[in-house]
Design a protein around this ligand. Structure first.
Ligand code: 13P
Length: 257
């Protein structure tokens, strides 16, 4: 049976009360979901504990949007793996293009965060993706290969078994212009091939590769129907119960086929 994972990346949205309201609304709409569809909510740090409380016992999972690689110490403004674990997280988004673009994230720091997250028994959702210029110049494949290789340096097969990869073409994020199912499938197949070469066929075939970039209820079905697209990392459409539910239901339809 196919597994699908739909994660909502709330980015820098929602005060604590708003976050609780959305999480409660979603869990009441999404209870008793097909077990092959995993739902993860990734609110900002300030709302993690509240959302954890709202989703407790519902089968919906919690994720953070970033994590530091050190366990503790004098790192003002940072949050450690055990802190987000303590707040109830099972997942953590790492290397999002917005972090790469605005906060100096590079493949080497992505790798440090991934290894620290795995050490804390968190599941990293590692983001990769090319810019519009890189795609126009025919560099998509090279960019993805480099980000995947460097981001996953020094992982063993056991660790890789807990990693989720998200392909998020930068030109599709928040633009309303999603990659076509064919464009996304091509890159997802490339990523699975890379993982197969390094970690073996069985790890590669169970790896979840999410697509992110203007996913909406109207395009989720055709994206998720692609053989190598195992879920979605949703930004804007995860901020409203109706649209996020619609995307999750598209996932349910795909696994039920
Ligand atoms: P949008 O769904 O708003 O395009 O954002 C995608 C994203 O960045 C998810 O991490």
């Amino acid at each position: 049976m196919r597994q699908i994972l739909v994660a909502g990346n709330w980015k820098m949205h929602k005060l604590i009360g708003e976050a609780r309201q959305l999480a409660s609304e979603l869990t009441s709409r999404l209870t008793g979901l097909n077990a092959s569809v995993t739902v993860v909510l990734c609110p900002p740090f300030t709302a993690l504990a509240e959302v954890a409380d709202a989703i407790a016992g519902t089968g919906v999972f919690l994720g953070a949007q970033n994590v530091h690689w050190e366990e503790k110490g004098a790192y003002t403004g940072e949050v450690s793996p055990s802190m987000i674990k303590d707040a109830g997280c099972e997942y953590v988004i790492i290397g999002h293009s917005e972090r790469r673009q605005y906060f100096g994230e590079i493949d080497e720091t992505v790798n440090r965060r991934v290894r620290a997250a795995l050490h804390a028994k968190l599941k990293p959702i590692v983001c990769v993706g090319e810019s519009e210029r890189q795609r126009d110049q025919g560099q998509t494949e090279a960019v993805i290969i480099e980000q995947v290789r460097k981001g996953l340096v020094d992982l063993n097969a056991e660790g890789m078994g807990h990693v989720v990869i998200a392909y998020e073409p930068v030109w599709a994020i928040g633009t309303g212009k999603n990659a076509t199912p064919q464009q996304a499938q091509e890159v997802h197949a490339l990523i699975r091939g890379l993982i197969s070469n390094t970690f073996g066929e069985s790890i590669a075939s169970s790896l979840l590769i999410l697509y992110g970039g203007s996913v909406k209820p109207g395009n989720a079905g055709e994206l998720l129907a692609q053989p190598d697209i195992d879920g979605a990392l949703v930004g804007g459409a995860s901020l409203e119960a109706d649209s996020f539910e619609g995307i999750v239901r598209a996932g349910v339809a795909v696994v039920s086929e």
